[in-house]
Design a protein around this ligand. Structure first.
Ligand code: SF4
Length: 328
């Protein structure tokens, strides 16, 4: 069985972008692959270092969200990154060999700096986060990493790093990970920018029905459709993008046709989308409530996963130390 590695940065509870962009896919992947899924709490520190007081709670929220979405800890290795310190050691060793220019040209480096404008990201840790990601992947010799098109350069850096380490040490240590390109939509936020907690435009997985309806009403529509009698264009409407995520074919047709012919108004279109979204995440909300006040149990699940992850990570690290001649 091929091995998959994927992680989520805990920076708060998860939103639709995280769900449709990653988590939904994790639930499917666990059926076909040996999966190592982790909460990337050290990655959160790269941007949240000035106030790390919330990282523990965010980690708990992410664990709850991952489990409530249907990831089964009996089928996958689910762990917390900082509980497997081998990630830090491999990061350090790889960083000795990672050329600076490679890191500076990673496109998501610039993108994240633009997104997190309220954070000072001029740090050594932030520049090096792709190396930490490489360590995450290589520790488990993952054959495949689920990525969207925009993350391909990250994985390419990992693959280049593998070749460089093998060239420098003269030893073959790592598996070169392949991308598992996922057909995941780029989920816009309510204001049509990328959905992000920092933009305040996110709909969360555990939003209550009332919040979902209120957010649907705030969501941007076709800006050219000013009057109820104006025909609109669903292709430029964020509400329609949301319909595509949560509504069935019949509703999509109803919305598309009604919009183009001015047969429906935006309010009823938004109400229909909200109704379907409430239904879509009903089971999730019920599952998440079951984890209320069960932190100890969540950490037990993560500890069990971390134990299983450590075993694999230690074996890989031993090979790296040996290849570098520092296994004394
Ligand atoms: S009718 Fe629906 S799809 Fe058309 S602009 Fe309004 S909200 Fe968007």
């Amino acid at each position: 069985m091929e091995r998959i590695l994927a992680g989520i940065r805990p920076t708060g509870k998860l939103h639709w972008g995280n769900y449709f962009g990653a988590l939904q896919n994790w639930v499917q992947l666990q059926k076909k692959y040996e999966c190592f899924f982790f909460v990337a709490d050290w990655h959160s520190l790269t941007s949240e270092y000035a106030d790390s007081s919330k990282i523990k709670n965010w980690t708990i929220e992410v664990l709850k969200d991952v489990l409530s979405a249907g990831v089964d800890p009996d089928k996958v290795v689910l762990f917390i990154q900082s509980h497997v310190p081998e990630h830090a050691e491999l990061h350090l060793l790889l960083s000795m060999m990672a050329p600076l220019g490679w890191l500076e040209r990673v496109p998501t480096y610039k993108e994240m700096r633009q997104e997190l404008v309220d954070k000072d990201l001029n740090t050594y840790g932030f520049l090096g986060y792709p190396v930490l990601q490489s360590a995450d992947i290589l520790l488990y010799n993952a054959n495949k990493v689920p990525v969207g098109e925009d993350q391909l350069p990250h994985l390419e850096l990992t693959r280049e790093l593998v070749r460089r380490v093998h060239f420098l040490t003269g030893k073959t240590i790592f598996v070169e990970p392949q991308p598992l390109l996922t057909k995941t939509p780029r989920v816009p936020g309510m204001d049509r920018r990328k959905m992000s907690k920092s933009f305040g435009n996110a709909i969360y997985l555990d939003d209550e029905p009332k919040e979902i309806t209120a957010k649907a009403m705030q969501t941007l529509t076709d800006p050219a459709r000013k009057l109820r009698s104006d025909p609109g264009n669903p292709d430029v409407c964020t509400v329609y993008d949301f319909h595509k995520l949560v509504s069935d074919e019949a509703t999509l047709k109803w919305s598309d046709h009604g919009c183009r012919t001015a047969g429906i108004g935006c309010v009823e279109c938004k109400q229909a989308m909200a109704k379907n979204a409430i239904e879509y995440f009903k089971k999730f909300r019920e599952e998440k409530t079951k984890w209320d006040n069960k932190e100890a149990q969540l950490f037990e699940i993560a500890a069990e996963g971390s134990k299983r992850a450590s075993k694999v990570a230690r074996a890989t690290l031993e090979k790296v130390r040996e290849a570098l001649g520092i296994n004394y």
